[in-house]
Structures are given as structure tokens and as C-alpha cells.
Design a protein around this ligand. Structure first.
Ligand SMILES: [Zn+2]
Length: 337
């Protein structure tokens, strides 16, 4: 179940975006701590006065939903409806994760990946999240396990922090943040799904190395490699996979794992991402599809270009061919998993 939710999240990164400005309209107002403190002091005074009069105090009126706790860090504006200690610890986690992304992608110190701060909304209940998500990002986001809106200025991540064990919720936050980070780092282009999902899972597992899903992914990959079912990269690099495709997710993770370990590719994943972004073509104008054959040719050309671009970037950055990568990766899987 956790897997589906996480994967649903991944999909929502691309699908659940909404027009700029929506967040401002639906965003909760900042907390009014002073007002609350004053009210409770007044309440206590009233209780004492009532007790002195021998009157039974009436049950307090139901509390209106309090505003979020806001925690500003260097890169994040965390707005949390969780207990204050949890809010603080998630805010600290955001910064730690940010540091790990910078490390993997070799982001120069002081470079801003996004403008302003990334707003992280952490909801205590699913209902709270759904109400917010439906208003800000529409029905798709409301049924998701969380969503993000990777806009260059003040990107947004919104998550229901409930229904799973703590470490899984932390991984959920890291997974979603990985998508935002990768998307916004320098030029914004559509990066391949395997790269996005591979990196997001890589960071999840790094955060919780005892995660049973890590061993499970290793078993899946070892099995597909041993049985000749691993997808050829010519196909895998250009074909999106479904949220329920466990072999697809496992292979994506394993490729990133291999690239992070192999002496020839280690420390260069960020350079690869940047090269992909640099080589990515500007969006083309309108293409007039007039027949079934036009459509087929158009799709085929797009797929071939997408593969050629990745292979080109790969060769330039790592100095090895895709065929070498496939061979070395299989060997790595068979001897390490
Ligand atoms: Zn994802």
C-alpha cells in the first residue's frame, strides 16, 4: 500500500500542478500565537472568577481549527498542523535532505535551486489534506498520497502526514522533494521518468537503509537480470512506467544505485542531469498531424530523439557507452544484490 501511495505521489508531480497563485488563495493564514495566549489567560481568569462564585463552568466552546505552525529555514517555509515538536523535526529533515540532494547533484555552495522558499504543508489528517489539495491543485491531487507544484518561485509540497509509520512519512517527504529538486535544478526540462523515480527512491532508501523495500527491490532486480527480463535501456529510458510497475521502479532505483557506486560514474550524476538539461531541445511549435502515419512517425521520432539525447549525454559525461553501462550494471546487480 505504501508503495502505491508513494508512486501515486510520483505521478502527481507531473499531473497535479495548478495555475500560479492558487496557493495564496487557499493557503491558511499565519498563526496568531499572541491572540491564543491572551485568550487562554482570559479563559483562566474567567474560570477562577466562576469558581469563586461557586458556579459550575460551562464546557468550553469547540475550538476552531488552529492555523499552522510556521517554521522558516534557509530553503523552506514549513507550515505544519502537527504537534510542534514534529513540525520542527520535519523542518530539520527538509534541510538535511536538501543537503543530500546538493551532494549527489554536486550543486555549488550558495546556489539557489529555487527562488524564495519551498513551501512545505504538513497536514495532520487526510481530510485536512484533501480540503487543501482540492482547492489548490484539483481532484487528482486530492485523491493522491500528496502532491507538489514545482514552480521556480516558491515551489509547494503538500502531504498528509498520517496513516503510516513515522519513517515512511519522512521518506514520503524526501521522495516528493527529490522530484521538485531535480525538476528545478537549473534549466527546467522534462526529465526521463526512470531518472526522476530512480533518484527519488535512491534518496528514500538512503534515509532508511533498513527499509524492507530496499531488500525487496534488490531481489526484484536480481531476478529480472538473472532471468533476462531486465528492460533494455533503449526501451527503458524512453518509456514511462505505471505506478504499480514494481520491476520498473526497482530497475530505475538500481541504475541510480549503480551510477552512485561505480568508480567511473560516481560523483557525476549531477553532471549527467545538467548535460541532459543542456542538450534538451527548446519546445517545438505546433506540429500538424494529418494522418495516422503522421502520428506514428511523430511518436517514433520523439522516442528516438529522447533516447539519442540520453545516450549522448551519457557518453559525454561518463565517457562510456550505453552498451558498457548495461553490461556493467548487470554484473553489479548479480554480484552485489
Ligand atoms: Zn515519484
Amino acid at each position: 500500500m505504501g508503495k502505491d501511495q508513494r508512486n501515486a505521489l510520483g505521478n502527481s508531480v507531473r499531473e497535479a500542478s495548478s495555475p500560479e497563485g492558487a496557493f495564496d488563495e487557499a493557503g491558511p493564514s499565519p498563526p496568531r500565537r499572541g491572540g491564543t495566549a491572551a485568550a487562554s489567560t482570559l479563559g483562566a481568569t474567567l474560570l477562577i472568577a466562576l469558581a469563586a462564585l461557586g458556579a459550575a463552568p460551562r464546557a468550553p466552546a469547540p475550538k476552531a481549527e488552529a492555523g499552522p505552525q510556521r517554521i522558516q529555514t534557509t530553503h523552506f517555509d514549513v507550515q505544519s498542523f502537527l504537534p510542534p515538536e514534529d513540525g520542527k523535526s520535519y523542518a530539520a529533515l527538509c534541510e538535511r535532505a536538501y543537503g543530500r540532494f546538493c551532494e549527489l547533484l554536486d550543486v555549488p555552495q550558495g546556489e539557489a535551486v529555487w527562488d524564495g522558499k519551498c513551501v512545505v504543508m504538513l497536514f495532520r489528517t487526510r481530510e485536512q489534506f484533501v480540503a487543501f489539495a482540492a482547492g489548490v491543485a484539483g481532484p487528482n491531487a486530492a485523491v493522491s498520497g500528496g502532491f507538489s507544484r514545482p514552480t521556480k518561485l516558491n515551489p509547494l509540497i503538500a502531504l498528509p502526514m498520517c496513516g503510516q509509520e513515522r519513517v515512511r512519512l519522512e521518506q514520503l517527504l524526501i521522495h516528493e522533494m527529490s522530484h521538485v529538486f531535480l525538476q528545478l535544478f537549473r534549466k527546467e526540462v522534462q526529465l526521463p521518468i526512470w531518472l526522476h523515480e530512480g533518484c527519488a527512491q535512491f534518496f528514500e532508501f538512503r534515509h532508511h537503509t533498513a527499509d524492507s523495500r530496499l531488500k525487496q527491490s534488490q531481489r526484484i532486480v536480481k531476478d529480472i537480470v538473472a532471468n533476462g527480463r531486465a528492460r533494455p535501456l533503449r526501451q527503458f529510458w524512453v518509456t514511462p512506467f505505471a505506478a504499480t510497475d514494481r520491476e520498473g521502479y526497482a530497475q530505475a532505483w538500481s541504475l541510480i544505485h549503480f551510477l552512485s557506486q561505480n568508480p567511473r560514474t560516481k560523483g557525476k550524476i549531477g553532471k549527467y542531469v545538467l548535460k541532459l538539461k543542456e542538450l534538451a531541445p527548446e519546445r517545438k511549435g505546433f506540429v500538424h498531424i494529418q494522418s495516422e502515419a503522421d502520428l506514428k512517425r511523430f511518436v517514433q521520432e520523439a522516442v528516438e530523439k529522447a533516447y539519442a539525447l540520453q545516450a549522448e549525454a551519457f557518453g559525454q559525461v561518463f565517457g562510456i557507452t550505453v552498451a558498457d553501462l548495461e553490461r556493467d550494471w548487470r554484473q553489479f546487480v548479480l554480484s552485489n544484490y
